[in-house]
Design a protein around this ligand. Structure first.
Ligand SMILES: [Ca+2]
Length: 109
């Protein structure tokens, strides 16, 4: 299972290109361009499971760093500042990781 089964390759490409410069990544904008924000809750849940690489039920900071590479293996890693911003945008209960519900409200909000 990969994200290309949920999103179109062109949309993924555009989203990755849009944040090619370090520190230009914005989660909301990224989800809009790649098309995930227009998907159903079930599809967003599937995308979450792909990003939760170790299947812990949460996306941890370590996994978040490699977020772009889940979309495209050749993409860059997120900078420390981007990872921190991403986490604080999604982590509603401040436990330091992103749960499926938190991910869904960030993507579909
Ligand atoms: Ca959390």
């Amino acid at each position: 299972m990969s994200l290309s089964s949920i999103l179109s390759a062109d949309a993924i490409d555009n989203a990755i290109k849009d944040c090619q410069a370090p520190d230009s990544f914005c989660p909301k904008k990224f989800f809009q361009i790649c098309g995930l924000s227009k998907k159903s809750p079930a599809e967003v849940k599937k995308a979450f499971a792909i990003m939760d690489n170790d299947a812990s039920g949460f996306i941890e900071e370590e996994e978040l760093k490699f977020f772009l590479q889940r979309f495209s293996p050749g993409a860059r890693v997120l900078t420390a500042a981007e990872t921190k911003n991403f986490l604080s945008a999604a982590d509603d209960d401040s436990d330091g990781k992103i749960g499926a519900d938190e991910f869904q409200s960030l993507v579909l909000a």
